[in-house]
Design a protein. Sequence first.
Length: 264
Amino acid sequence: MQKIDTICISHMHGDHVLGLPGLLGSMNLFGRERDLTLVGPASLEPYVRESLRLTHTFVRFTMQFIACDTSRPAKIQQWGDNCLESIPVKHRIEAFGFKLQNVPTKRNLKKESIPALNLQRSEILKLKNGKDVVRATGERLSAEKLCLPLPHSSTYVFSGDTAPCENIRVASQGANVLYHESTFLHELKSMARSTGHSTAQDAATLAAEAGVHTLVLGHLSSRYQDESRVEEEGRQFFANTHLATEGMRIRLLPKEMPRIDYLE
């Protein structure tokens, strides 16, 4: 848990926030000192601070809160080639999804070019940034010829709790992985609408429209003892559909499509 730098909270319903103060307390007990960023609704900060105060839970690390924009998708953080955005969605209360995108900007040099041309560090850095190098002799070194193509970008979209939502559909265009809630089967569509949720068919239809590669369904109602029914409904409308399960690991690799495996 100490490797976590940012926690994103989709909305303030209890099943999504009640465990957070305990997690923060555990981080402190295990000696955390590094800053932690918490992203979510504006009410997240007073909830966390008051919960810690009332339970006499002290944390020695600094907590930085970022309130999501309720009117439009907005950038939350940018570090290196990675960008985190919040996405307003349609639920019974203020709620958000999130989009994490990696867009590589630096190329890798062809290894043989370094000794062959006796490249200096300054030249290597310039070429990796996609810029040609002109030496004092007039020799031009082409970044296009000496570097490998930029790695593919990768995008993960998390829907949060939501009814079918245009903001999520737009954010998911061409995404490697879309996690979408599918609380109900489509036979309970009316209940899904009244409670601000989606059906497996809703999620799969959206995934197909957005052209995502992999759809992961989660937030299933406890009424479904046989959860495979939800996966089956999704696959009728989007073939590459999987259920979110405990121990699932989704790997977004630069030159490969997503790979799903499971922890033992």
